[in-house]
Design a protein around this ligand. Structure first.
Ligand code: NIG
Ligand code: FE
Length: 413
């Protein structure tokens, strides 16, 4: 299939960096005004300025789509979600309004344990259908690549069920999907006093099956007071690494306990959340190759201070933005909302936020060779905006929906 997008007012993200963007590079969108994109067999075959089009495309393509007055940007790469879950948790939302904290709700068996109980009662097929609907919904809002975690099973059967659902999503969906094994999300009640026993279950009962069936790309641990300690995170990650699973970790969401430094020493691909960061944490992350994935909607939803994006960028850290789509702390997978919130709440420039939600998100899930920017031979995962006055308008008019059409692998959705 060949398709030509013409008269694009601004084509955003025309770059193919070899490493995640940092510092000033993060603020540059590498845009082309009055541009075209040629799509062949699901990939970007060519792009450039309209004035160069005639000699570049000798044979008229089958389909031409006129993007006059509209912008085109690469689809979002949402590198942190928990979008396989059994049911919503708006009752806890109301409890939080009444004054309970996230930790208090977790301590009385709500939170992750609540989601785990429901997931274990739900069939694989039903879970797949629910997750499929959510995938469709995030596709419409412009996501082209997404990472999905387990972590609501907390039992051998439940964790494998989740990961098998994610595997089926990978097979059936045209989105690019990565999966992370997050059994170390919280201790199930029967193991509350027996941490060693649960870690043994993770490493000896779950991991071998996951490796055999090729169910996960990454290992994740919620390293936090009241959840998994640094030592526990290290022991899980070390064994997982022997099976080729790199760490992508939940770090510094509620407290700074030294998990960030331990994650860097484990060569984590990313450390995610980072609501609570000391000056030392900021410096250490900036000096490392690990990407800091910021989840502003989770901070907003839990009424936490926003992640210190400005400090991290000024220090030279590589940062990405993701939705954390989950029923407990971020019941939304809308990346346009994430980008707006990053600009409003964290003082990221629109260009910085867009790069963090596209190319740096792609690096944070190792799909930068095929997604996250407009480049020849990358997937044609494209967002066509409605008629908007400028790219800055996208996060600025935060309550409006600016996407006209989404193309995934060369197909309109
Ligand atoms: O990323 N912090 C840990 N995990 C999720 C929330 C999980 C839940 O509350 O269901 C998060 O915010
Ligand atoms: Fe998360």
């Amino acid at each position: 299939m060949t398709m030509l997008l013409t008269n694009i007012k601004t084509l955003i993200g025309c770059h193919a960096p070899l490493l995640p963007l940092r510092g000033d590079d993060l603020a540059s969108l590498n845009a082309i005004e009055n541009a075209f994109v040629l799509v062949e067999d699901g990939l970007v075959a060519d792009f450039g300025a309209m004035q160069d089009l005639s000699w570049k495309v000798p044979h008229p393509p089958k389909e031409v789509y006129d993007c006059s007055n509209r912008m085109v940007l690469p689809c979002w790469c949402d590198s942190h979600t928990h979008l396989v879950f059994a049911g919503s948790r708006e009752n806890e939302f109301v409890d939080k309004i009444r004054g309970l904290s996230y930790a208090e709700i977790a301590a009385r068996g709500g939170g992750i344990l609540n989601s785990a109980a429901r997931l274990n009662e739900t069939s694989k097929d039903e879970l797949f259908c629910l997750a499929w609907q959510r995938l469709k919904q995030i596709t419409v809002t412009g996501t082209g690549s997404v990472e999905i975690k387990s972590g609501y099973g907390l039992s051998v059967e439940g964790e494998l069920k989740m990961l098998r659902v994610i595997k089926k999503l990978k097979e059936k969906s045209s989105l690019q999907i990565k999966s992370s094994f997050l059994a170390a999300h919280t201790y199930p009640s029967e193991y509350r006093e027996n941490h060693e026993g649960y870690i043994k279950l993770i490493l000896e009962e779950m991991l071998p099956v996951i490796v055999r069936e090729n169910l996960a790309d990454y290992i994740d641990v919620f390293c936090e007071q009241g959840f998994f300690s640094i030592e526990e995170m290290i022991s899980v990650c070390k064994v997982a690494a022997r099976h080729g699973l790199k760490p992508k970790l939940h770090i510094n969401q509620l407290n700074s306990i030294g998990g960030l430094q331990a994650a860097i020493a484990l060569n984590a691909l990313s450390v995610d959340h980072l609501e609570v960061m000391t000056g030392e944490d900021v410096k250490d992350l900036a000096a490392s190759d690990t990407i800091g994935t910021l989840l502003p909607t989770a901070a907003y939803f839990l009424r936490m201070p926003f992640q210190p994006a400005r400090k991290l960028m000024d220090a030279g850290a590589a940062i990405a933005l993701a939705s954390d789509y989950n029923p407990g702390s971020s019941p939304s997978g809308n990346m346009q909302g994430v980008v707006s919130m990053a600009c409003i709440g964290m003082r990221m420039l629109p260009a910085e936020a867009i790069n963090a939600a596209t190319i740096n998100g792609a690096f944070a899930m190792e799909v930068a060779d095929s997604a996250g920017s407009i480049a020849i031979d990358k997937r044609a995962d494209l967002i066509v905006t409605k008629e908007i006055p400028s790219v800055d308008y996208l996060p600025y008019a935060f309550g409006e929906y600016h996407i006209a059409r989404v193309m995934i692998k060369g197909e309109w959705q």
